[in-house]
Design a binder for this molecule. Sequence first.
Ligand SMILES: [Ca+2]
Ligand SMILES: [Ca+2]
Ligand SMILES: [Ca+2]
Ligand SMILES: [Ca+2]
Length: 480
Amino acid sequence: MFDIDQGHRLAFSLVLGVAVPGIVAAGLLGGRPAAAAEPAGMATKNLADSAPTRFDIHVDNLSHRDAAVVPPWKTIRLDPAFCGGWLVVGDLTGDGVAELVSARNGVPGPDIHYTSSVVVHRLDGSVLWKWGDPDARNAIHHDVACQIHDLDGDGRHEVVLAADRRVVILNGATGSELRQFEIPANASDCITFCDLSGVGRPSDMLVKTRYTQIWAYDANGKLLWTVKKPGGYRTAHQPFPIDLDGDGHDEIIAGFAALNHDGSLRWRLPDQVCQSGGHADAIRLFEDGDRAEDKRFLLTHCGGNRMDMLNGEGNVLWSVTGLHFESVFFGELDKNLPGRELVVDICHQPWGNQPLLILDESGGGLLGRYTTMRSRQHRLVDWFGDGEDLIFGGQTRALLDAHGKIRASFLTPMPDGTSAQDDTEPLRYMIHLADVTGDGRPDLVVSTVPGTAVWIYRNEKGAKCLAPERLTLPFNATLY
Ligand SMILES: [Ca+2]
Ligand SMILES: [Ca+2]
Ligand SMILES: [Ca+2]
Ligand SMILES: [Ca+2]
């Protein structure tokens, strides 16, 4: 559903070719050259046939006997004409309470899209403002280039979006246009804010085509640089800005390569680990450190059936292979196990049979597997306030733990005048962590694709943690 890629099936056999030479000999490579050996010293484990040590269960078979039932604090029906599949959440009016930003996208060609309209709702369901022409798609299979960000540093959030061949900056409170500037056609796949200039806040931005080219602009629309196929590879869905060397300027992990703040190439991953023609799905800072070599990143490969732990110099410390790892998160799911545990969904599986894996910090220890209707959207949250992170599964609309148990289920009553299913495919539930109430805790927000309704669940006990690695809105929202 997300980032369908022609290469990924072939890539699967390439990765198997690394670990299971006998299968290569059976002809799965389809005429492509076999993958070279892994770089020396890299720990690689194929998880395709691993059995979890703790549990392996379909969510339909979980007992709800001890699970809390959580009704929504707010149920909001999105504007019927402007409702979109993309949602970002943040305070636009400056009162500390979040608003909801729903966007539609125009789709002029395959894998080309731009933000076409926006509607902003207050939590009472009323419309704060609208922008654009809603005669476009209420669906997504990608991020939409519509973000909430304080671009000018005045303490108030703007809504910044990539429309057709232009970036538009809107006053968050009123929707009035502050300015716009031109960008190339098709460069509207996503917007990522970063501090290339070294001014101490993310006042620059990246726009990109879906897989091949990135452009960097300052806040006034001055083009800083552009790069095609960073390091010779396709781009990540969302480039990952981080100051690797501590000089005050962000570098950009652009996919399988990192760029310096001037766009020049800093490092690239070896061909041996990126042979598929795929692209990077999720990039997370797992552990910060003073020096680049002390930082740790998780990176998942679309088309590569691989997840790596890297350091900030682009050295691969370990990899797991054999499955289509997509979005990875980490947290304290089990205090009795050293380190933080990893949760990752396995993508490109049929509806009703989509795994969500829990791994130990080494990546190689498969603790548990939930099979879900759809596993693509998940987040970690401390909901009960005891420091235990739980997995909020979007389609499951439940909190799952690291022991094969459901701890809470969340009600999603459809608002009056809406239906629970559209005509063409099962309704997809998306999830977001955002401090809706302004108390510093990440609240849970659930929306649908197509955009119809939004449900908000107030986090009343959890730790006050809005860490960026949880993808807590509003900064640089992404579905990957
Ligand atoms: Ca507000
Ligand atoms: Ca501002
Ligand atoms: Ca730097
Ligand atoms: Ca742990």
